[in-house]
Design a protein. Sequence first.
Length: 200
Amino acid sequence: MNSFYPIVEHFYTIQGEGYWAGTPAYFIRLGGCDVGCSWCDTRYSWRKEGWPTASAEQMKEWICRTPARHVVLTGGEPTMHDLEPLIQTLQGAGYFIQIETSGAYAPPSSRPNWITFSPKRFKSPHPAWYAIADELKVVIHAPSDFQWAETQRLQCQRALPSFLQPDFYQQSAVKWILEYVREHPSWRLSLQWHRYLGIP
């Protein structure tokens, strides 16, 4: 239980994306990602080394200073790290734990309360995520991404809340998604509301 994690940033805000959009949440962004998405909006988190580190107990103390009950573990790619001690510590303190992952690595042994699975073309997901994800979120950067998104949804082993999220820097993406979801109502639009609201 003495694992230390590289901390890019941590803050209490509102979840801006996907199923839990609008929910107050404490975000912990861990350093390190080797997926390499060309449109990534958090490239600063890619390096794994050189960040200040913190233990699970220290992170619990940060969260305890806020009214947060919902905690989001994100990155980078958080599953590059052994999340077992962190999930156990925070769940043991009564927190609802959501992880946001591309699925590039195997799932942790301890089950988070919610798994946001956001597979990427750039690195094939570990197959285990398709069976345990709670929501599917696919970023749309180009029209060809819709077909790829459908291949991902079909691999999920149960019906999930499924979101298409526009690349914030691709101005046409929202229009494409609006047209697509009207024709394919099993999908929903996810916007990055925190960007529009100017909050972390």
